[in-house]
Write a protein that binds this ligand. Sequence first.
Ligand code: FAD
Length: 496
Amino acid sequence: MAVVEKRDLPGGAVCTRDDLVPGFRFDVGSSVHIMIHLTPVVAELELAREGLEYIEMDPWAYYPVDGTGEGISFYRDVERTCASIARFSPRDAEAYRRYVERWAELNEGVFETFLAPPSPGRLFGTILKRNLFRPKSRRLWSSLDTARQLMAPYGEVIRETFESEPLRTAMLWLSAQSGPAPAEVASGDMFGWNAMIHRSGAKRAKGGSGALSTALVKCLQRHGGEIFLEHPVEKVGRDGSGWRVEAAGRSFETEKVVAACHLKTFFTEMLEEGPADLRDRIGKARIGNGFGMVVRHAVEELPMYGSKVQNGKQPREYHSAMQLLCRDGGMLDSSYHDYLAGRPPAQPSVVAMTFSSIDPTLAPAGKHTLFTWAQYHSYELRNGEHWDAIREREADKLYELVCQYAPNMRGKMIGRYIQTPLDLERDLGLLRGNVMHFEMSLDQMFMFRPLPEISCYRAPLKNLYLTGASTHPGGGVFGASGRNTAKVILGWRGSR
Ligand SMILES: Cc1cc2nc3c(=O)[nH]c(=O)nc-3n(C[C@H](O)[C@H](O)[C@H](O)COP(=O)(O)OP(=O)(O)OC[C@H]3O[C@@H](n4cnc5c(N)ncnc54)[C@H](O)[C@@H]3O)c2cc1C
């Protein structure tokens, strides 16, 4: 068994580098591992045995209310979260409790469908069973109302669920993380899904996100497999009854191939043969126009939100969390309008992450890492500018927002690593900067991902399999599609 990888490090968008700013370890893709903790992947593959250690982020999210020194903390524990919300609105605290109960129950059902190849029967059957027939006391109209909210834009569902602006904005910005905008029809579950984080927790792999990939490589090697880094695959073609994979001047002969890269790249650039209409259709599947950029900073200290404290040397509880810097829904809307117009956002919203506060292996003693993910950023600009010319200017906007919230951060940057949507494409192969490969809209999820005819991890060619973020259940640090594909290859019988 061999993994043939283009880059010099394994893991694609789950990768950490220590050669970007001396002394600091920066993730170059994902940072927060959530969904994988709902799957049995880490335990089944015995990744702890390979040195993988997780650190709980608790709180996992924090919404600082600008300029007040107050904020909402989202803890693993729902009651603690409600107590934090109650300081802004006792009614919202109660509404949040109901929200978690209702949407976590529904999404446990949705999650069951994530751990199997997708089919309409499995999807609708599980949701109906979970939602219409449990618990017994539930009335039909209540289930229909959930169905209505699933079909609604999440921005609207949030507005009707909560009354206080801080909680509404926090939930909007959290829900926007997978890409679809708050006004997108049938996106209600982008909001509902967050309820599951109280079940899964949000965690950091010690040493950086890439520690997961390192452990997976060790697991592969423990089972006799090999990895070939810096081997960009050029061609995949038939070789008698098997397959031939050509990479970096070598030819690998194999019985089976599993394509785990972006499937548009695979079908349009690597696969030698195959149905022309499939190549044409996958070429047209929606990748969108990117949606975010990220800047990794090495900093002297931690951001102290709205605090009079001048010095950020002592971590606060909220430094474990995704810090949601967005003043109100209007800020998100205006950056989305800029995005639609094809210009960089005047005022991007930011998720700030300071993991060195819970994992000292990431920075020299007394220093810190500050990652800032921001939206919305179009890959293709239509205002005559080019990303390579404006990257520093756009990166400055992200740090400036952190400084507006936490004035102690002015003048505290040691170095940074900028990833524009164009960089994400060039460095990680994420076409048009979409970190989820294809857009995560309802028409490209479940049995529609990436196309109905190849949604069950098989290409229409013998012994050619497909996996990864391009397939069900989509992007994110998940492991579910790989696990499902492995089951299909081993002869899926429908059990988990
Ligand atoms: C900046 C950023 C932040 C993110 N944050 C989070 C987060 O906090 N939490 C979360 O859950 N998700 C996050 N994500 C999303 C998540 O990381 C991805 O959706 C997920 O890792 C995709 O995994 P994958 O293995 O399916 O695809 P990829 O990571 O895209 O891997 C595809 C692999 O194929 C390789 N490849 C491509 N072409 C070739 C070729 N010709 N030959 C050989 N190999 C090739 C690539 O080098 C890569 O290793 C983030 C992503 C990015 C980029």
